[in-house]
Design a protein around this ligand. Sequence first.
Ligand code: NAD
Length: 691
Amino acid sequence: MTAHYQLQGNIAVITLDNPPVNGLNLATRKGAVEAIERALTDQQVQAIVLTGGGNAFSGGADIKEFNTPNMLAEPNLHALITTIENSTKPVVAAIHHVCMGGGLELALGCHYRVVTPGTQIALPEVKLGLLPGAGGTQRLPRIAGLELALKMITTGAAELSENLAQTGLFNELILGDCLTGAVAFAEKIASLRPLPQVRQLNVVHPQAEQLLEQARKQVARGFLNAPRACVEAVAAAVALPFDDGIAQERQLFKTLLLGNESKALRHAFFAERAASKIPDVPSDTPQRVINTAAVIGAGTMGGGIAMNFANAGIPVQILETKPEALERGLAIIAKNYQNTRDKGKLSAEKCAQRIALITGTLDYSAIAQADIVVEAVFEEMQVKRAVFEQLDAVMKPGAILASNTSTLDLNQIASFTKRAQDVVGTHFFSPANVMKLLEIVRGQQTSKEVLATVMALSKKLKKVGVVSGVCDGFIGNRMLEKYIQQAGFLLDEGCLPAQVDNAMEKLGFAMGPFRMGDLAGNDISYAIRKRRRIEKPDMLYSQTADKLCELGRFGQKTAAGWYDYQAGDRTAHPSELVNQMIAGHSKELGLERRHITDQEITERLIYSLVNEAAYILEEGIAQRASDIDMVYLSGYGFPLHLGGPMLYADTVGLNHVVTAIGQYAQGTYGSAWKVAPLLQQLAAQGGQFNR
Ligand code: NAD
């Protein structure tokens, strides 16, 4: 049973029952239609109350039904809503806790709506690259006003029911039990005729056209089509009779549903959920309790990591070797919080609470009882060794020992302790208090319990946790190295930084490779290259990056990098000096600089990511292709509408990717390309990374 039928006097109560949020799958829709029909034939029934069991009215479409034929099978949501709207007995939606997407569209088809305070009201379809396709774009502006409807439909943001009390959306705010209030309301209106239908209303607003124009301008800026389609659907509600508006909505919905953008956004939605699953670590694996934390090192990363714990309400101690370093680190943290408070993003009270949760120490014995300790000291094996030997000596049994290393061998770090099962990598991204990605590095001996605990912790810290095996650079930075390598070659062959960056940014990347280098600091990769040169003397890369650093141009921090910067301004201005250095370098190499198309730039950069990712997948460093997409979407500014490098490769076709790589392998730096066997094999079979 997915919709229960019950009589309360003369009122039929239909309760949707599809946990956890009464998703409107085929069985639930069928159950609801049948229950309505039963109420219509039941002589005793004067009015109908439609509600949801558990803690939701309805969360809308059932995500398990996505991408299956059942999603649109009859009775589809439209048919269910029409049945309700045409009912000859009044239908009252009794709304509580959650009313989203198709759930709200269903409620809008009812004759009346009553709601309890604190209910989340939203049409979040745009977040999946869609629009509300069951009348939401036509009914919401009619009943709640154009301005609110535009905001809710184009952003997908949730509103609290009590804040919508003045809009006409709800007939009554019920302060007590939802169902009792709804039944009382139904008794009150049972005999009133005609039955009100939202579809009969007109969208009336004196400045409708201006509002629509404003909304069009707002959505024009982004890369996504769905918000633009949302505005056009709402515009149809203003301009057209209801049925024509519905036809327009359906047309726009279908176009979005079949397009690559929605495919990418839905992929990202499922990829995020999949990433938290570790195949050999079942969901009932015991977890350790994390009530307190410690961080070693109060530098750039240590400070940000400590803020993550404090933001989640977990008290955290930071350990440093020198009082000056500790004081400096704590002062930066306090300043960061105060800036957030000054911008109005954090209340004074919360700001003070969070700062109070972070304390400093110079003494290892003070942190011995912490449930987890995250090391974020200098990236040198000997420094890490000293820290982990200390931690092994002092930390209580069962404490999780985590390292934030970006490149070092986690298994070696674990070997500095006698408890390798408790050692794990937690690779945060800079700025650690902002970036969503957390690579969870699984050492050879990391226990399942520790992995399950850190995965759960990543959610508490509001991060996207993705498991990576041990290798140099893990998933994200290992791929990035190939990308940066190609970007450098492009400079030697004929590009300038701005051309490369603009090509990537036009595609939707948050930042091209050179602007990114200037932001992160070119000195960091310079130091890594110096180390690598010893390990891999035949390493191939453009020397322009070293030349840049030899000029002291480390990026924004020195107001000069690949670009020039003015004090206090992050705007990148092309640098004549750097551009001459690049051209001079090509000459030294005896390379004739040539015109390079944007297509070549974007293909070489993205396919270098894809090819390395195929190796990573093959080696089992990443658990699944969609994890790699999640790493790039949440940590590297990869365009969301392209769904991550692996989905992008699937979309353009792996055969095309292999052919293009084959062409680039004929070029100046062709020897850097070696097609990954997995990529080759999938392409030959007409396969895909994400199945
Ligand atoms: P940082 O130089 O800003 O900070 C390191 C801090 O560690 C300094 O405050 C230093 O005083 C302290 N320290 C050094 N030795 C110590 C010891 N023995 N005990 C206690 N404190 C000690 O460096 P960072 O950028 O914060 O990097 C820290 C770690 O995070 C490195 O492993 C780095 O590879 C990794 N990481 C950095 C970034 C980044 O973008 N900066 C991103 C991801 C990971």
